[in-house]
Design a protein around this ligand. Structure first.
Ligand code: PHE
Length: 339
């Protein structure tokens, strides 16, 4: 009898009950009135008194195993029925919404691709910077307002450690660590202590460009930027350079592109001027080259820096910069088809 009980136990444990019909067959087979277990209990009466204790325990365990199996299968099958009734078809393939690239990532990728095609490599620098790389080596005078607490997020005072306020800090690092020719762009996050509005944020993104070699001229800068503007905004885009000032470039300029929305006719994007500003640029100031260990008598170079948010806003006609940081699915979903 012991062997029989063990054989049944094995059978019960390995049997699968995954249909309502199977469940009833299983139940009747083992614990129905004429089932195997009542038959065993009947047989138990014939067991020798000295074996009763052992066999009794085994028999009860067997019965418990059947009851547990019935309970378990019942619960599983009821859940399944509930799912099916609720309209959930568990056999359907998983159909999740796929994510999409963030518009800022899309535009950064595009900028990198455009400059890669003309031989620019990509470099990065740290977001936490010292005063030397963010200001001093870049020719910022001691009392320049940009060093002020109002613009810069300081982490430590004397020596000054701060969140970089622009990617121009990477210019210095790349010049310190490389011999010319240098031809690179540096995408990255920058930080300024500004009130958040539709047009400004305390965290934003820039792409910096740096080209240093013998005989690099302003004409090279202009040609490079014109190529960029046409690749980014379309073949008919025109550029305009206005004189400007940055401590680290001389001469310096700001570049406008002809308004790609109205084609120069005048609209509210270009504020009826036909032009929109997209970046700052200039010839690297000889002081900066010398500060970073590059011989300014032998080498010249140009640099430029643009805000990724600004380019993205122009490209996709986004009116409020805060949308980039809110992660609202309704906004992000609109870029699903962009590559
Ligand atoms: N760093 C400047 C800014 O943040 C942009 C710039 C970069 C200007 C390189 C000239 C050359 O506004």
């Amino acid at each position: 009898m012991k062997a029989k009980i063990e054989a049944y136990l094995q059978e019960i444990q390995t049997s699968t009950v995954d249909k309502m019909d199977d469940l009833e067959t299983f139940r009747v087979k083992y614990i129905g009135k004429k089932g195997l277990i009542p038959a065993l209990f009947a047989e138990f009466k014939t067991v020798a008194p000295e074996d009763r204790k052992e066999i009794g325990v085994l028999l009860n365990d067997l019965k418990q195993a059947v009851l547990a199996k019935v309970e378990e299968a019942k619960e599983m099958l009821e859940n399944l029925v509930q799912h099916l009734e609720s309209g959930n078809d568990l056999t359907l393939p998983v159909n999740r919404d796929l994510g999409s690239r963030h518009p800022l990532s899309l535009v950064r990728k595009q900028i990198i691709e455009i400059f890669s095609r003309i031989g620019f490599t990509v470099e990065e620098g740290p977001e936490i910077e010292d005063d030397w790389h963010n200001f001093t080596a870049l020719n910022f005078p001691e009392e320049h307002p940009a060093r002020d607490m109002q613009d810069t997020f300081f982490i430590e005072k004397s020596p000054d450690i701060a969140l970089r306020t622009h990617t121009s800090s990477v210019q210095v690092r790349v010049m310190e660590n490389n011999k010319p020719p240098v031809r690179s762009i540096f995408p990255g996050r920058v930080f300024r202590n500004e009130a958040i509005s539709a047009r400004a944020h305390c965290i934003f993104h820039q792409v910096e460009g740096l080209y240093i070699d013998e005989n690099v001229s302003f004409a090279d800068l202009k040609q490079t930027l014109m190529y960029f503007a046409k690749e980014m905004f379309g073949e008919h885009t025109g550029i305009r350079l206005r004189p400007s000032y940055f401590p680290f470039t001389e001469p310096s300029a700001e570049m406008d592109i002809s308004c790609h929305i109205c084609g120069g006719e005048g609209c509210n994007i270009c504020k009826y001027t036909g032009w929109v500003e997209i970046l700052g640029c200039g010839m690297v100031d000889p002081n900066v080259l010398d500060n970073a260990g590059i011989d300014s008598k032998k080498y010249t170079g140009f640099a430029f820096g643009m805000g990724i948010e600004r380019i993205t806003m122009l490209k996709y006609q986004i009116k409020d910069l805060r949308l980039f940081f809110e992660n609202d699915i309704r906004f992000l979903k609109q870029f699903e088809s962009a590559i």
